[in-house]
Design a protein around this ligand. Structure first.
Ligand code: DX5
Ligand code: ZN
Length: 221
């Protein structure tokens, strides 16, 4: 049995007011603050790194769910831990030794997440699942906000949920009020959303709809 955790993606926020945007989202019901970290190599886009998290950390108590779309994620574990990241999520496609990386993330006091791109089969996760805190099933090609949700990725979510009833399963990319039920019924409980939350007339209503839909989809205890 898992519970809904809603994670607005700060990629869609006003970067000039990042700390205020974090507090605003938390006050509207967000559980996590999702930070997209891109290096221009693993994905064709660039965003922010540990120095921004370090500067943001004193201004928010929010849980920083850091999604690293970078090559060689190993090289950033120390920096993100020191900067105050709560969860370090790396892409399996970007690392050679996922097991050692998970141990390193835990040794530095962070939770460990593993992300898979839409074309990556879900079975690559199985050998690591017991020691992961979260698995992120990408529902768009990583790199940009505002893309369309890929429902074909839901088979992977269903398979993971069947095997791991208590695992936090995160989905990221194109989630909105129209498709949240599909994701929730497949078994996702950590919902990342950028455009559909930040561009909504009422972000609070979207967050609460996401939460209700996910919690309603849980099997009775
Ligand atoms: C895309 C990022 C996402 C992105 C989601 O690669 O990982 O977190 O911000 O944005 P939307 O919800 O607009 O697809
Ligand atoms: Zn992301």
């Amino acid at each position: 049995m898992v519970i809904a955790k809603i994670a607005p993606s700060l990629l869609s926020s006003d970067f000039a007011r990042l700390a205020e945007e974090c507090e605003r989202m938390l006050s509207l019901g967000a559980d996590y603050l999702h930070m997209d970290v891109m290096d221009g190599h693993f994905v064709p886009n660039l965003t922010l790194g540990a120095p921004i998290i370090k500067c943001l950390r004193p201004h928010t108590k929010g849980f920083l769910d850091c999604h690293l779309m970078v090559s060689n994620p190993e090289q950033w574990v120390d920096d993100f831990a020191s900067a105050g990241a709560d969860l370090f999520c790396f892409h399996i496609e970007a690392t050679k030794d996922a097991s050692a990386l998970i141990d390193d993330i835990h040794a530095r006091g962070m939770k460990a997440g593993m992300a898979i791109k839409p074309d990556t089969p879900v079975d690559v996760v199985y050998e690591f699942a017991e020691k992961l805190d979260q698995v992120l099933v990408m529902t768009v090609e990583p790199g940009f906000g505002g893309q369309s949700f890929m429902p074909t990725c839901m088979d992977k979510v269903r398979e993971l949920r069947k095997r791991y009833p208590n695992l936090d399963i995160e989905v990221d990319g194109g989630l909105d009020p129209e498709n949240i039920e599909v994701a929730a019924k497949a078994g996702a409980n950590v919902i990342v959303a950028g455009s559909s939350i930040f561009k909504a007339k009422s972000p609070e209503a979207v967050i609460s709809l996401f939460r209700k839909t996910v919690n309603d989809a849980q099997p009775p205890a």
